[in-house]
Design a binder for this molecule. Structure first.
Ligand code: NAD
Length: 256
């Protein structure tokens, strides 16, 4: 229970990776502020099962004002914000010359600018207590590119740069800031990409295998729970000097 008495905010935690991380932080004793759309009740039930206090805030991470309300509400309801996991993210796949401008703007806002806003607002409280853990969910696409993902790749590279800057600005404090860079994790975000591949040849199993074979040598998905375990490690005392890392968890994707 290394996080007993601490509060974690996980953005985009009603589904996929965010929900997996929220569960592991709650299991480690943290009270949790959830955020995101969709089936909020199911997410609340899963995270509450670990017996800590769990709330949900519906802020749209594309909106700086709503992000301000989310951080303020978390600090008021729980008394502090100690672990910040920036996870909310969306994807759109299209070649750059046909990339819809409004999709570019939303991806940059949700996947990159929201990370700036939550950190700038959460850091003063963390500095007062001289303790904090910031974990930004980037991607292997923060370190290498793939075709058709211009906005996503740009945003995820940006998250790693931003992570390093904040890690340096907090280097002599009890606050650490790191990025996790997952390869393929089977969540609704990736299922969409499998479904559109399957449309091409009508076989979801083959589409899944092709997706993995193209990039991920383990031919197996990373799980949200594995990422959650790593988040808990970064929150531990042993993670104290891990600063500004972009830690890939990718079945060997980046080893190629
Ligand atoms: P997901 O679609 O399962 O979950 C996304 C979450 O973000 C949901 O809770 C959703 O409600 C929330 N969300 C979306 N737009 C939002 C907004 N405007 N405001 C607030 N919440 C919003 O996706 P996932 O695969 O779990 O992805 C989570 C993060 O992990 C993303 O940042 C994604 O880029 C990153 N990632 C995913 C993979 C993967 O293979 N799935 C790999 C690397 C990185």
């Amino acid at each position: 229970m290394i996080l007993k008495g601490k509060t974690a905010l996980v953005t985009g935690s009603t589904s996929g990776i965010g929900l997996g991380i929220a569960c592991k932080l709650a299991e480690a004793g943290a009270n949790v502020m959830l955020n995101g759309f969709g089936d909020v009740d199911a997410a609340m039930a899963r995270v509450s099962a670990f017996g800590t206090r769990v709330l949900h805030h519906p802020a749209d991470m594309a909106d700086a004002e709503q992000i301000g309300e989310l951080i303020g509400q978390t600090e008021r309801d729980f008394g502090s914000l100690d672990v910040l996991v920036n996870n909310a993210g969306i994807q759109h796949v299209a070649p750059v010359e046909r990339f819809p401008v409004e999709r570019w703007n939303s991806i940059i806002a949700i996947n990159l600018s929201s990370v700036f806003h939550t950190m700038r607002l959460a850091l003063p409280g963390m500095r007062e207590r001289n303790w904090g853990r910031i974990i930004n969910i980037s991607s292997v696409h923060g370190l290498v590119a793939s075709t058709q993902k211009a906005a996503y790749v740009a945003a995820k590279h940006g998250v790693i740069g931003l992570t390093k800057t904040v890690a340096l600005e907090t280097a002599t404090t009890g606050i650490t800031c790191n990025a996790l860079c997952p390869g393929w994790v089977l969540t609704p975000l990736v299922q969409q990409q499998i479904d559109s591949k399957a449309k091409a040849h009508g076989d979801p199993m083959r589409a899944t295998r092709e997706l993995l074979m193209e990039k991920q040598p383990s031919l197996d998905f990373v799980t949200p729970e594995e990422l959650g375990e790593l988040a808990v490690f970064l929150c531990s005392d042993a993670g104290r000097q891990v600063r500004g890392a972009a830690w890939n968890v990718d079945g060997g994707w980046l080893a190629q």
